[in-house]
Ligand binder design. Sequence first.
Ligand code: ZN
Length: 93
Amino acid sequence: MPTYDYKCKDCRHKFEVFHSMSADPITVCPKCGGRVERLLGTGAGVLFKGSGFYETDYRSSGYQKDAKADKSSSAAPKKDKKSASKKNAKKAQ
Ligand SMILES: [Zn+2]
């Protein structure tokens, strides 16, 4: 039976579920009852790769929007970003 990785969007709880392909996917976090998303695991990843390049054409208008959003969000000077991430890293250690 394949293993599926799920991650809760609310509490970030990560868990693995064994169930058959035909079984209903898990949609609710067992810990907090929040919404979960299925992470691409080993088996499913291959499937998605095959149809991947369709989607780039398909979503081209969406892509452009994303690119624009990226530009505006990265308008902040890179220096700030760097020092901010450094600070975070130090905190984490
Ligand atoms: Zn949760």
